[in-house]
Design a protein around this ligand. Structure first.
Ligand SMILES: NC(=O)c1ccc[n+]([C@@H]2O[C@H](COP(=O)([O-])OP(=O)(O)OC[C@H]3O[C@@H](n4cnc5c(N)ncnc54)[C@H](OP(=O)(O)O)[C@@H]3O)[C@@H](O)[C@H]2O)c1
Length: 262
């Protein structure tokens, strides 16, 4: 059954949480897309989808409960998206998993390394394979992978994060080299610093609140990246003219030092 009777263009936001994922979903929906939201937690997905539909019209979004560590889950969600919304025009692979507090290689278990790497890399591989055939048949499509400082730097304590993010960067280059000349625009966006949200950016925000750093809190955009501002970059990448496609872009807030975690 189609839930996209107007045949709006379709974006799949894989790893749809309240931060970048939702902001990207909202930005593309505001531009006339219908969005498929993929994550594990139904109540969070439902709240997000309800909010998007309330703001942009009923049927602007649908959610698909998916564990990106499980190939069959990924395949079945994309199959449902195709049946219910239509072929995916834009894939944003946004899921990522890391420890807030680092842990050394010796203290990192195989289970953690494997689980996080599945989210950071394998889910992207499977998602990419799901959307490419239709994109190639159409001769166009956009795939944007969300990276981090850890995509370029093997940071001490993040052995279960950086290897997957390095791999994601490599995958994005491979997909570019294999499919760009067939019409697929692939971009890897390196988010170099904390994003305003519950986890990494939230830790900093709470620290500034405890310290009474009102000067910083009153000028928060200069210190932590805002999801809605990041969403503008995803839209910008998607809408670039074919004569000027970016493959890789790095962004940070004004007062963040560049690739500081060396
Ligand atoms: N936040 C930062 O400070 C920061 C900084 C640099 C880079 N990044 C990158 O930005 C991306 C995330 O952005 P965000 O932090 O704003 O997050 P977000 O968009 O708010 O949420 C991402 C969502 O991914 C979902 N997810 C995680 N593991 C999953 C799994 N196994 N299967 C399905 N879904 C899964 C989670 O939902 P469920 O738990 O419901 O599954 C989570 O809510 C990541 O790639 C991260 O590396 C973030």
């Amino acid at each position: 059954m189609s839930y996209n009777p107007q045949k709006k263009p379709v974006i799949a936001v894989v790893g749809a949480g309240p931060g970048i994922g939702e902001a990207v979903a909202r930005r593309f929906t505001a531009e006339g897309f219908v969005v498929g939201l993929l994550a594990r937690t139904e109540d969070k997905l439902q709240t997000m989808a309800n909010g998007i539909d309330a703001d942009y019209g009923k049927g602007s979004s649908r959610y698909y409960i998916t564990d990106l560590r499980v190939e069959n889950d990924v395949l079945s969600s994309f199959k449902k998206i195709r049946e219910e919304l239509g072929q995916v025009d834009v894939l944003v692979y946004n899921a990522g998993a890391r420890r807030v507090n680092g842990r050394s290689v010796l203290d990192t278990t195989t289970e953690e390394f494997e689980g996080f790497t599945k989210i950071n890399l394998f889910g992207a591989f499977w998602s990419t394979k799901c959307v490419l055939p239709d994109m190639l048949a159409a001769g166009r499509g956009t795939i944007i992978y969300t990276g981090a400082t850890g995509s370029l730097r093997g940071v001490a304590g993040l052995s279960s994060f950086s290897p997957g993010k390095f791999g994601l960067r490599s995958l994005s280059q491979v997909v570019t080299r294999e499919y760009q000349n067939k019409g697929i625009h692939v971009a890897h966006l390196i988010i170099d610093g904390p994003v305003d949200g519950k986890l990494i950016g939230g830790v900093r925000r709470r620290q500034w609140q405890r310290e009474g750093a009102t000067d910083i809190l009153n000028d928060i955009e200069a210190h932590i990246m805002q999801p809605a501002d990041l969403a503008k970059i995803y839209w910008y990448l998607h809408t670039q003219p074919r004569s000027t496609w970016t493959h890789e872009l790095d962004v940070r807030s004004q007062k963040e030092s560049m690739f500081s975690k060396l």
